[in-house]
Design a protein around this ligand. Structure first.
Ligand SMILES: NC(=O)c1ccc[n+]([C@@H]2O[C@H](COP(=O)([O-])OP(=O)(O)OC[C@H]3O[C@@H](n4cnc5c(N)ncnc54)[C@H](OP(=O)(O)O)[C@@H]3O)[C@@H](O)[C@H]2O)c1
Length: 240
């Protein structure tokens, strides 16, 4: 049976690697994205993976978008909540907009995507919900009170929902990447990036494919005994 997966923020960065890895492993894959039409069109052209545009921060848009994906590809078995943003600022300068945007995308977005799919997964007695949190949701990071709160929220969400899904054949897990070489990290000034690498025991940034391999493992039928877990993939930077 060919299973169907959707990856939010699946046309760039870590999400693009996840989409491609799932496709190579034989899944039907849809990639969602928010606004970068050019990157999404290029990705779809190069990979043959269909792309769907909506914001994970909008519940109604998620419900409508997911219905469209299911009409095109069939019921969704695997949800990868990967979309995420940063709006960094020290707390004394942080605006309500910076706080709300990050919580709405990184935490509400996970609710907005998972909730419309949950009943179908329960009815079919199979599901995989895999959320990409962050090292900074585990350890906290100055300048990221909004981001750290949202990513810690993703971990709590996972632990609670895993207990609800277990009897219905649905596993719910979270991956906490350390610093990975994507646009998000390459946007950081080079000097700051060098400082980050100096704190990583393996001596380098992670590669998006290294996170995609964690997703492949959790998505598989064979990973049914693993639920509520937090997979840490950070080059030894923080031992949770
Ligand atoms: N890179 C790292 O070092 C690192 C470390 C730990 C955790 N993470 C987490 O890993 C995930 C992916 O990060 P990345 O570095 O690959 O990010 P990225 O290169 O900035 O890509 C982010 C992706 O998310 C999409 N997106 C943003 N807001 C969205 C929304 N409201 N609705 C739907 N899609 C949205 C973007 O869509 P568009 O293409 O349309 O803009 C893009 O495809 C994030 O959750 C991030 O917090 C990253």
């Amino acid at each position: 049976m060919t299973r169907t997966a959707i990856v939010t923020g699946g046309s760039r960065g870590i999400g693009a690697s996840i989409s491609v890895a799932l496709k190579k492993a034989g899944y039907n894959v849809a990639a969602n994205y928010a606004g970068n039409d050019e990157a999404a069109a290029k990705f779809s052209h190069e990979t043959g993976i269909p792309v769907y545009k909506w914001s994970v921060g909008d519940y109604d848009a998620c419900a409508a978008g997911l219905s469209k994906v299911e009409a095109d590809l069939g019921p969704i078995d695997i949800l990868v909540n990967n979309a995420g943003i940063t709006r960094d600022s020290m707390f004394h300068k942080m605006t309500r907009e910076q706080w709300n945007e990050v919580i709405n995308t990184n935490l509400n977005g996970v609710f907005n995507m998972t909730h419309p799919l949950w009943s179908g997964m329960r009815d079919r007695r199979f599901g995989r919900v895999i959320t990409i949190s962050s090292i900074n949701g585990q350890k906290g990071q100055a300048g990221q009170a909004n981001y750290s709160a949202s990513k810690a929220g993703d971990i709590g969400f996972t632990k609670a929902l895993a207990q609800e899904g277990a009897r219905a054949g649905i596993t719910v897990n979270v991956i906490c990447p350390g610093y990975i070489a994507t646009d998000m990290v390459m946007a950081v000034p080079e000097k700051v990036r060098e400082g980050i690498i100096a704190q990583i025991p393996v001596g380098r940034l992670g590669e998006p494919d290294e996170i995609a391999r964690c997703v492949l493992f959790l998505a598989s039928d064979e990973a049914g005994f693993i639920t509520g877990s937090t997979i840490t993939a950070n080059g030894g930077q923080y031992l949770a």
